[in-house]
Unconditional design. Sequence first.
Length: 375
Amino acid sequence: MPIKDSVTSWFIQNIVLPNAEDIRNPGYILSKFTDQGKNIALREFFFPEKFYADLETRIVKKLGKAGEKRLYSIGKRFGYRYAMISRYPKAGAIGAKKTDEFMYMFTRYIEVVYARQLSHRIEPQKKLLELEGDSYAGCSRNGIGYLLLNGAWTGVWSFISDDNAIDGIQPACQGRGDPKCRLLCAPNPLLKKMGFSPLTEPDMGGLEEDYGKYDMLNAVHPTSNNNHSLRTLIEAGIFRYERGKLFFDDARMVGIEFSMYYLIDNGFSNDAKTREILYGAAFDSGREISSGKDVTFVQRFLSGIGFGDVQVIVAANRYRVLFFHFPWASFAKGCRFTILSGFASGLLSGASGKKVSLKRFSMSEAQDGYHVKID
C-alpha cells in the first residue's frame, strides 16, 4: 500500500472511526460518517459475514440468474439510499477534483472496515469507477458479492454521479480464484461496449426517509435488561476489534447501516421459498455462534451488535424475545422479521442444545422508540 494510503488508513482507524462510530450505548450502534457537516445518527448493526456469503450462495443456487438479479437490486438500492441519507455530495455540484478527494477518503474508510486492501480509479468524463480489493467482506468467501461489494458500491457511485443507469460488474473475484477482486461501475451502455453483460437496476424510487420520525424512534434511551454496549463487550474480551474490523472468536462481524437489514428481509420474505432460505441462513449463522453459551449470552450478544435492548424470556420451555428500541427505518412497515426470527432461533438453539423455532412477531411504535417481539 502506498505511504499516503497507509497514513490515511491509520488516520481513519484511530481518528475517524472512533468519532464516526458510537458503540458506547447498549443496544445502539450509531454512525455519522459524512464530510458535509450535515448528518443524523444512523443506526447500524453488526452481523456475521457468514450470513451474507451463505445467503447469496443459497439464493443463487435456488433461483439462478433471477436470484442474482434480486441480490444485486437489494445491494444497489442499499448503496444509493446510504449515500442519500448520509448526504453525500453530487459530482456535478462539486466538480471532478472534489469528487476524487471525497471518493479517496470514502475508499480508505471502506478499506479499513471491509477489506485488507482497496484501491480505486475514476474516469470522471465516463462516470466510471474501478475498484480493486483484497479480502473484501462476503465476496472473497463465495465469489458472488452482490450485497456488500457490487451492488452497494454501484448504488453509492450511482448517487454521487446522479445517474441511475450506472450499473456494476465484477469481472474478477478472489472467491472465484482470482488474485484480487475487481469491480467496474459505469453507465450500462459503456459496460456493454467494454464487452460485459451487467445486471441492471434503474429503479431508485421509494428510498427516502422521514428524518423526523427516524430521529424520534431511534433516539438513545437507557436500557433496563442488564445489557452491555459493544464497547464494554470488546473490553471484556467477548468481541475482538482489530484495525476497524470486529470479530467474535474467528468469525468476522460486518457492520452496516440498518437499511440493509430491512431491504434483505423485505426482498426475500414475501415468497415462501426465499423466506425459508433467508430464515435458514440466519438460523445457521446464529447457532454456530452460541454453541456452548447460555441465554444470558444470547441476550447480551443481540444487544451488543445493535438490535436494541434485548430481553429473553423463558417459560414452560418456550422462548420469547423482546427487542426494545429496535432500529427503525421507513422500510419497517410490512417487515416480517425473518432474519431476526431465524438468527435469534439459531442463537437460542445453540445455547440450549435443542431446536428452537421462533416465527411469530409483533411490533409497536411508542414515545420511547420502536419495539419488536418474536416468539
